[in-house]
Design a protein around this ligand. Structure first.
Ligand code: ZN
Length: 287
């Protein structure tokens, strides 16, 4: 199942296009996308049944053209976790050691935005980080590796945009703040349920500038701590809640470690993709 958030309403992908969930479900789910995450199991089985019925083929289609406003698939997660240094080639380009524990920080919720949303670049050095985003589907405390995927609702495409000057300032670097300017957490366009993947632990991901070079390209199988390990280790400390997001780290190719360094500029359009999940487009503007 593929879920999106268009013009402030929850939609699912049907045979002909996006379908408004509140209308299709008679108000049982939607229009707020959080209602799907609040009871993911019931929402998933309703969706399966609905999409298999003749009603789905006859439902009116929601316009997803240039005028549509895409919100983040989960607009108000209770918690957003992010993991640094989780791909060996990125750790090497950063001249750091492979950590014994995941390096965890948060992206504050006001940094969330959606597909096609303009990001106003603040003063400083703004860098890209293509990342797989995991969306939690049910209460999860002390998961094991074996059960970890069962707590995941689905996957989305994200960018962990980072202002490097603030991020690396001071004796204890400011990861959370430097990565939380408004628009610094674009996620979308869709949330794709885990049953859509043959192997959700091995997906190509990357990003490029529109009309320009590929900046990053790797596979999620190259993570130091894979998704089951992240869910296990995070939930050993914090109970994870339905709708929580985990930004799972970025591979090599960020701008700050290049010679010479390269950062985002107004007019750049950052295009981020993950195999089977989607393509997220993020235009940069002056602030
Ligand atoms: Zn990151």
């Amino acid at each position: 199942m593929r879920l999106a958030h268009i013009d402030e309403r929850l939609v699912i992908k049907g045979p002909e296009g996006y379908i408004d969930v509140a209308e299709a479900s008679g108000g049982r789910f939607g229009p707020d996308p959080q209602t799907a995450l609040a009871d993911w199991e019931a929402f998933s089985s309703w969706t399966r049944e609905y999409l298999a019925s003749s009603r789905a083929a006859q439902a009116p289609v929601v316009a997803a053209d240039a005028g549509a406003v895409w919100g983040p698939p989960v607009p108000r997660p209770a918690q957003i976790f992010a993991v640094g240094l989780n791909y060996r080639d990125h750790i090497a380009e950063s001249n750091l050691e492979v950590p014994a524990e995941p390096a965890v920080f948060t992206k504050f919720r006001t940094s969330l935005t959606g597909h096609e949303a303009a990001v106003a670049l603040p003063d400083g050095l703004v860098d890209w980080e293509a990342e797989l985003v995991v969306v939690i589907g049910r209460d999860c405390h002390r998961a094991t590796r074996e059960t970890a995927w069962s707590y995941v609702a689905g996957l989305s495409v994200g960018q962990d945009l980072s202002e490097r000057r603030l991020q690396l300032t001071g004796p204890a670097p400011q990861f959370s703040l430097g990565k939380s300017h408004p628009g610094f957490a674009p996620v979308g366009p869709e949330l794709v349920s885990t049953d859509e993947f043959d192997d959700p632990d091995d997906l190509e991901l990357g990003c490029r500038l529109e009309g320009g070079e590929v900046l990053q390209k790797s596979r999620t199988s190259a993570m130091v701590f894979d998704v089951p390990e992240l869910v296990t280790r995070l939930s050993a400390v914090c109970p994870l809640l339905p709708g929580d997001l985990i930004f799972t780290g970025t591979p090599a190719g960020v701008g700050g470690t290049r010679t010479p360094p390269k950062f985002l500029a107004p007019g750049d359009v950052l295009v981020t993709w993950i195999e089977g999940v989607g393509t997220l487009r993020s235009p940069m503007t002056a602030s």
